[in-house]
Write a protein that binds this ligand. Sequence first.
Ligand code: GRF
Length: 205
Amino acid sequence: MKKLPIAVLVSGSGSNLQAIIDACESGKISGEIKVVISNNPDAFALTRCKKHKLKSAVYNHKDFPSKDAFEKEIIKVIEENGAGLVCLAGFMRVLSDNFVKHFSGKLLNIHPALLPSFPGLHGQKQALDYGVRYSGCTVHFVDATVDGGPIILQSVVPVEPNDTKETLAARILKEEHKIYPQAIQLFAEGRLKLRGRSVLIASKK
Ligand code: GRF
């Protein structure tokens, strides 16, 4: 099977990036990371790229006159590297409709809550403050709404009585590292079919 060329967009620690790197290296994802793009020059994700000899590029949004100019540059780099899938992995910029349309159907995100509950920032804290018994994480296609695109996979974790936002976030993160690579592999196998806003997972050929 031909390897899926992947671009990953990051802003921070990059633990999800690490899970994707590991899954590509072990063959759990039949894919290859072609480029990692960070808007934050200090992101630890960039150190992970060095360690694994992955191509990385920094485009600090603050260095661009407009969001449009920033995104045009990112689109160019993604295309130059031939990516067939773009994964947002802790990328902390909201992308414009134009960007989302450009990569429609091949742009994924992971969110640390059970969408459609608790979209936006600090999903773990929102869940804790609300008092839910269960939370989790969601991998979804990105559309023009914030964290509102068609859901591919979710994983549920319990909220324990003494949880802080840090302990809950750590429990959720472990699941993120499982379902993001799984969703990417389903995409690589061509098994994700959109039916309205639902994603059907075709059985393995
Ligand atoms: C994760 O919790 C992810 O769900 C959210 O941002 C965080 C990124 O963490 N979108 P990391 O940089 O992958 O460690």
